[in-house]
Every structure is written in structure tokens, then in C-alpha cells.
Ligand binder design. Structure first.
Ligand code: SME
Length: 161
């Protein structure tokens, strides 16, 4: 097991340390599944207020469940469906304060109230999305979005199939 010293003070401290940990654990490792699994676990361990942390991968023309932490989840999501499918269709981060107000939200876990989904692109091609769920309304702010987008930019070349 790996242990990282990750500050829990400000979000700036948290994301500085989390990005460094993600870089350290994925650096030099070419296996996409191993890297996604460790990133999902690092986020789950160190980011408070989550009930799901993980990846959906682009496989052929749909999103398919990848490494994650949390309850067992829906396996396949069509592009354009739900929050994950919206991120895949628009190639833009979806930061949803209240998932119940999002048309077509897919409720894998009834506890989820807010969600952040970041598309992960490499050389312009969508590889996967990072999906974070929270049981709290409006759990994710612009700082969380920027931190998770930085993590996704960092790992994109390390999760290629
Ligand atoms: N809520 C997501 C589905 C995936 S689960 O949250 C793990 C969505 O609407 O796309």
C-alpha cells in the first residue's frame, strides 16, 4: 500500500498535494487500468464528501464502467445520456449542483445529490470521463473542478488503451 501526505487544510493545499500524489503514482506506469484504479482510490481516500469516485471509458461508441470506488454502478452509458454522457457528448466538464434537477440523470446510487464529471481527452480524442458523486447538494465548486481537470490533464497520456 502507498501512503501519501495530503493536506486537508484549504482546497488549494488539498489539490496541490493530490496532484503531486497522482503524478507520483502514475508516473512511468503504462497500464491504463492500474493508473485509473489508483487515481480513483486516491481521490476516494483524500477528497471528503464523496459516495462514488471512478471512471467510465470510451469503448467503441459508448461509455463503459472502469475502475472505481463506491457502490456497484451502471455498466454502460450511451453518449448524451445522463451527466456522464453529457460530458462525453459536449467534451465539457459537467458540474451539477443538484442531480435531481438534471434531465436524464442516471441514479446509480440514490444517495447522490451532486456530481462532477470531467472528460479526459488525449490528442483530441475522448478516452474516458472521471465521475465523482456526492451525497451533499452543491458539493463541488470551481476549485474542485479546476483541481480535477488538472488531474485529468495529467493522467490523459497515462490511461491510453
Ligand atoms: N450519475 C451518472 C451515472 C454514473 S454513476 O453516478 C456512478 C450519470 O448521470 O451519468
Amino acid at each position: 500500500m502507498y501512503t501519501f501526505d495530503i493536506a486537508q487544510g484549504t482546497k488549494a493545499d488539498l489539490y496541490r498535494d493530490l496532484i503531486a500524489a497522482v503524478d507520483a503514482i502514475t508516473s512511468g506506469e503504462p497500464d491504463a487500468v492500474a493508473n485509473m484504479a489508483n487515481v480513483a482510490a486516491l481521490i476516494w481516500e483524500h477528497v471528503p464528501g464523496l459516495n462514488w469516485s471512478g471512471f467510465y471509458r470510451m469503448v467503441d461508441s459508448e461509455l463503459v464502467l472502469g475502475p472505481f470506488q463506491g457502490k456497484a454502478a451502471c455498466i454502460r452509458i450511451a453518449i448524451g445520456k445522463g451527466v456522464c454522457g453529457a460530458a462525453a457528448a459536449t467534451l465539457e466538464t459537467q458540474r451539477i449542483e443538484d442531480v435531481h434537477a438534471f434531465p436524464g440523470h442516471i441514479a446509480c446510487d440514490a444517495a447522490s445529490q451532486s456530481e462532477l464529471v470531467v472528460p479526459i481527452l488525449h490528442h483530441g480524442k475522448l478516452l474516458a470521463v472521471l465521475d465523482l458523486d456526492s451525497p451533499h447538494l452543491a458539493r463541488f465548486d470551481a476549485e474542485d473542478q479546476a483541481g480535477m481537470e488538472a488531474i485529468c490533464a495529467l493522467i490523459a497520456p497515462r490511461i491510453t488503451p
